[in-house]
Design a protein around this ligand. Structure first.
Ligand code: FEC
Length: 307
């Protein structure tokens, strides 16, 4: 039995290579393989971002290492041990929990790299983590959200200020964005839209930004309605209203990955350029020290008391 508290650090996961895209996509689709056309569409998006490499994987490794260092600094070395658990790729959430059990961990905290709660995102990660922890006799405390942590808000607001300077327009509109989800989450009273708005409002206030809107991005094609307006509709409407400069500020994403590097940097940027709109994006948090402190603080608050 280990005295250390395990920290299960969960994130989305990415394929390891272009050859792994089909298995990854099948996992996202809950075991239903994509059609050849869907697979080609996704593969071509991966090919288009920085030469077809998978930045999310290295990035997640760096984030987990940085969170470990931050916890060591705040709580002393050896108190917390971080394990990685991914939703759609190896090491899966279940692998992370099994690795904890193999090291004799009996108490753990689960945290997801995305700051806002939805039953379809964080709720799904936590259910899998708790089910697996129960099998191994591990008590796992779940951190559901940290979307208003002052260090997170400050880190994002600095990036908004820096992005606006880069854009160099006094008239720019800040577009806070996050991954859309199927509209049916509204019937479940899901806190996701409200928490995203709360983060956006706090960041706008901290950065002294008055011209801002919230918009969704990266909706899936499932035949069901997804939350809107989508970022492309928002750009279209604002451009018709005469807005010439926009700063996309993802607040539900924290890393450089496909939904940022493709959906914003390639797709939305091209769409904006065709309408004479100058579009920029804030730098993602990745392993930003303030973001790490926001997570480490949340882990300390959720961790069981030790004599
Ligand atoms: O860079 C990478 O390799 C991974 C980028 C990536 C991130 C991400 C984050 C979120 N997703 C969320 C929900 C859904 C729902 C569906 C869905 C589908 C996809 C597909 C790809 C994909 N997601 Fe994702 N998501 C990323 C990538 N996502 C690829 C499949 C093809 C496509 O539509 O583009 C629909 C599933 C279905 O078909 O039923 C729902 C949410 C997040 C943000 C929170 C989090 O990070 O967990 C919510 C990064």
């Amino acid at each position: 039995v280990s005295k250390a508290i395990g920290v299960l650090v969960m994130s989305y996961g990415t394929p390891e290579s272009l050859g792994g895209v089909e298995a990854y996509y099948t996992h996202i689709r809950r075991g239903h393989p994509p059609t050849a056309g869907q697979l080609e569409d996704l593969t071509s998006r991966y090919r288009a971002i920085v030469g077809g490499v998978f930045p999310l994987r290295e990035n997640t490794n760096r984030q987990v290492a940085a969170l470990q260092r931050t916890l060591d600094e705040l709580a002393g070395e050896g108190k917390f041990v971080c394990y990685q658990g991914l939703k759609h790729a190896a090491p899966y959430i279940e692998d992370g929990v099994a690795a904890m059990a193999a090291s004799g961990i009996t108490e753990a905290v689960g945290i997801v790299l995305t700051p806002q709660y939805s039953v379809m995102s964080v709720g799904g990660y936590m259910k899998r983590a708790k089910d697996e922890a129960a099998k191994h006799g591990i008590a796992l405390a779940a951190i559901e959200e940290y979307h208003l942590h002052p260090e997170l808000i400050d880190a994002l607001s600095k990036r908004v200020t820096e992005g606006l300077e880069r854009l160099g327009s006094d008239e720019a509109m800040v577009l806070f964005s996050a991954h859309s989800l199927p509209e049916k989450i509204l019937e479940m009273n899901d806190p996701y839209p409200e928490q995203l708005l709360a983060t956006s409002r706090a960041v706008a206030q901290a950065a002294g930004v008055e011209r801002w809107q919230f918009t969704w991005q990266s909706a899936g094609q499932t035949g069901q309605p997804w939350l809107g307006p989508d970022i492309l509709e928002t750009i279209e409407r604002l451009s018709q209203e005469g807005v010439k400069a926009m700063l996309v500020s993802p607040v539900g994403f924290v890393s450089d990955h496909l939904e940022v590097l493709y959906d914003i940097d390639i797709e939305a940027a091209k769409f904006a350029a065709e309408r004479g709109v100058k579009l920029a994006r804030i730098r993602m948090l990745n392993d930003d020290p303030q973001y790490m402190r926001a997570m480490a603080d949340s882990v300390l608050a959720a961790a069981p008391e030790r004599a």
